[in-house]
Design a protein around this ligand. Sequence first.
Ligand SMILES: NC(=O)c1ccc[n+]([C@@H]2O[C@H](COP(=O)([O-])OP(=O)(O)OC[C@H]3O[C@@H](n4cnc5c(N)ncnc54)[C@H](O)[C@@H]3O)[C@@H](O)[C@H]2O)c1
Length: 365
Amino acid sequence: MSSKTIRVALIGVGGVCTHVHYPGFSRIPGVEIVGICDPDASLRERRSREWGVQACFEDVDDLLREMKPDAVVIATPNCTHRLLILKAFAAGSHALCEKPLGMNLQETKEILEATQKTKLRHMTAFTYRFVPAMNYLRYLVHSGALGEIRHARFQRLQDWGERAIGWRQYYDQAGSGELGDMGIHRIDFAEELLGPITSLCAHTKQWAARDLTNSGEPCPPQDVEDWVAWIAQFENGTTGVFEMGKLTKGFGPRGDHDQAELNGTKASAVYQLHNPHQILFSNRGESYRIRPVPAEFLKRSDSPRDPNEGDPLIRFRYDQAWEFISAIREGRECTPSFYHGMRAQAVADAILAAAESRKWIDIKF
Ligand SMILES: NC(=O)c1ccc[n+]([C@@H]2O[C@H](COP(=O)([O-])OP(=O)(O)OC[C@H]3O[C@@H](n4cnc5c(N)ncnc54)[C@H](O)[C@@H]3O)[C@@H](O)[C@H]2O)c1
């Protein structure tokens, strides 16, 4: 394993970079944040001051040429991911990119093709794979503790209100609405738990106009869905029922609902994001009981994070940075990689096609 300092640059220093990537990478010994890039000058200046990073760039080409980072984190609107990844690879930088990896399946295939021409590491930021309760659920499923999984249900329900939500509400910047924002994570962890989805049917709805900003100024209305549901058939025989929505009152800030429930032939288990250090478990004939996540699943092995420190709803996210850096140091593939980003996008594209055609669709890529 290499002990050389890994020089990381952050591209896009908005919400997720501030809450997840900067704190995650800045905690890892032997990692240096060497530069930041964002077209928003006042945000750039603020982050530079807060983080003590001197090298700040408006343009990614300047960042890559002047700083020559070993690795970049791409945390920008979805429409920019493909080009930024290609530029990072051309400059010889490993890339961790936010989800959804691209705007559609075609883009993610092009991204995956680019990985095949390089030995650089690549990772899709499917953050919820790192929730301690998800680590434990994965172990239970794969060790056979639940038996054969017959039914599974996945829900992400939130209340974002009806005002504008920026680039996320426009097809040409986001590629889709709730599906790419929240649904894509659930596609990814459902497939990690249960294997490939082979076919599905789906429905989408757009309710909110979102034609007023938070301060009440008019803006172009949204043109993407704010609710999506699908029924999926997995290759292993499991049937999954998924529902995601941004307008579900009762699930306001900190009351976000993110749940995965698996019903197997031996037992059932439930993951809930808001209780990241426990699951619900029941054998046949019992009601659900709380089962604490055993210590070995509370963080990724060797991660420097103390799972008992800080807000457990936030801190697990830092293990994502640890996985990326560990893969670079150990010269191995990241999990989840850009392959997983492409795979989830194939399912997402099928969901939109199924909703549009009102037919079951087979997953192809
Ligand atoms: N994994 C997760 O849990 C998670 C959570 C939130 C957001 N995301 C994803 O992260 C990405 C960013 O979301 P966000 O909420 O931080 O958005 P944001 O709007 O808060 O921040 C995006 C930043 O990117 C900057 N930017 C735009 N174009 C750029 C370019 N070409 N080069 C450099 N910077 C550029 C913007 O100025 C902005 O500061 C999206 O793809 C989103 O889907 C993932």
